[in-house]
Design a protein. Sequence first.
Length: 788
Amino acid sequence: MAPPTSSDPAPCPPLQTYLFPALPHLGSALEWVCPAPRRHSPALYAMAPPLPVLPRPHLTGGVVFAGLGEAVVVPARAKPGSDRDRLGLGEMGLPEERSGSGSGSGSGSGERARSWSPPPELSRAAHVPSMARYRELHGRSVLEPREFWGDIAKEFYWKTPCSGPFLQYNFDVTKGKIFIEWMKGATTNICYNLLDRNVNEKKLGDRVAFYWEGNEPGEATQITYRELLTQVCRCANALRKQGIRKGDRVSIYMPMILELVVAMLACARLGALHSIVFAGFSADSLCERILDSSCTLLITADAFYRGEKLVNLKELVDDALHKCREKGFPVKRCIVVKHLGRAELGTGDSPSHSPPLKRPCQDLQIPWNQGVDLWWHEILGDSEEECEPEWCDAEDPLFILYTSGSTGKPKGVVHTTGGYMLYTATSFKYVFDFHEDDVFWCTADIGWITGHSYVTYGPLANGATSVLFEGIPTYPDVSRLWNIVDKYKVTKFYTAPTAIRLLMKFGDEPVNKYSRASLRVLGTVGEPINPEAWLWYHRVVGAQRCPIVDTFWQTETGGHMLTPLPGATPMKPGSATFPFFGVAPAILNESGEELEGEAEGYLVFKQPWPGIMRTVYGNHERFEATYFRKFPGYYVTGDGCRRDEDGYYWITGRIDDMLNVSGHLLSTAEVESALVEHKAIAEAAVVSHPHPVKGECLYCFVTLREGHAFTPALAEELKKQVREKISPIATPDYIQNAPGLPKTRSGKIMRRVLRKIAQNDHDLGDTSTVADQSVISHLFSHRCQTAL
């Protein structure tokens, strides 16, 4: 995709810039400018290269662009009611270019407060090489979204073009039903764009789509784009023979193997909705998701190893399907990949690219239901290698992905075909600064949205080569990730702060065993990264030469919302920095008023972007209530956010993780960051606890680094550190030793459960997503004695 260009009937004339001081009441002197246009132009937001400053004392604060046409002065504040004012562009505080590292507003001092500029050699080759270019593109994307995304849409194949409005939406529940429609009426197929287009039009058939690395070192294979297209077509034909049609729902419950990618793309080729369930979830969780989306077919595998642990997936599947039958919904077919049992297959029996088995499981017993179960290799072996795609409307649903709410049953987030394709492709290209020679590795499981967007759809839409990893970071040793980086010459690496903190515990030596010389960009996803982990990641893993894209987004957003761009953005450790293209953020107070300048409050978005979810499956009222009712006219993230004096955005945690202590609003992330600065602490989680005087106080759970013991003296040291790092008001009342924390299988700490433990409330609600249930009972039995 080429960077979007102006859709003006005639290009703007050459520009010259004249900067002059701002009057105090007009705000910043530096603003967006353009020659007088016949209509509002995308270049209105463009920043020309700086020229000598010319004094213009007779003008009010702003910038003049003088070209071949008449000059226009744009004041530093737009008139109330203008697009610029409505979208908050004047309050985004996008920083000026900096040379070298300057001071920032991170939480702390020294390294933690520095801003880190992109390496010049990376910026020179980057798609977005400067903040000026970022401002230009971002401004156009929010002021003229139809033109911006319309230009990007031209890079994809559409069976029929959009003939109606490119974008229609309503974000205000007081004005009617919430809806978002991008390119409704245009038809395409996302699988065709990911595979056929790359093989036939771009001639990338022989390019490796995925390097697969198994749980066991030495288990490895690869698949090209042409081979992947063939496998997807065979799978799609097999699904058609089983009665799957456009609009049907297919549940997928598989480990991180190539067949998982094949299955999800085969569904997309048919216009069927895939509903992928993380293979670490319980039978009850799988059953619940099958029932909610009425899936008529399930695709799974026999078994897999996760580190040392053997997971008999088929046993869990049979348990789930039994529960479905008990509830009156029998699943018609279950297709099973022979993964650990593949040693039994002859080389001609398997249509997959499975390598020889390094760790046979001799006693593996796979239950079989003759009336329901089918072997993957048998039904694909009989299938044709060509399959005509089903042409889908841009607004046809693509998949359902369940995300847990703090209460109630999981929400089935629905993403649609056209907008999701544009957004994941574009965000992948620009956020990771993708180039043809890159090898990309996102360590997320495809069972999560990160795996959907940045293991499968985004990379394949760009013709990228990726690593698909079945194992875990600590098996067979804690240097496994860096071994893989060197093996495949990974250039862009994307992982979770949880994994970074886990590996930090083991020091620098396991990382330094490997060169990691191929790495150019690092990324984080899933939760805010504390500055200490950011600095370790930058210093040790990236050898102080790799920008870190600290990305904020959600299952519901489909792709990145706040993120640095590696060739443009000066980075601050722990900050998600600035909005991605098409994203117009705001910070609101409890009354729903937009806060300007430095502020902290609710993070919301003012207008839709192509990747936004369209509904909760089967429950549009829940969609409206969850994301739009609290503040009509905005998409409500549910996250707290701080904007610093430089305009950088800092995610402070879920709103229910904000603490009000004696009338002072504290963020859990800030307190946790102060705790993990202590040499003895590997990880910390902070929740609120009722207090008879202060209303709320801080209850902290801390996990120790190896070689340290939890003592009363250590607890006092930690309290002193928080007091000194933040303020006396933030001093914890309770600190509990926590050898383990309750986390989801994607690594997110379940603070809802920790709040219950702190209050000795055993009514925990749904804990099916907790990876290790034993952690909960241990924390209950060792909780602090509290006043309330």
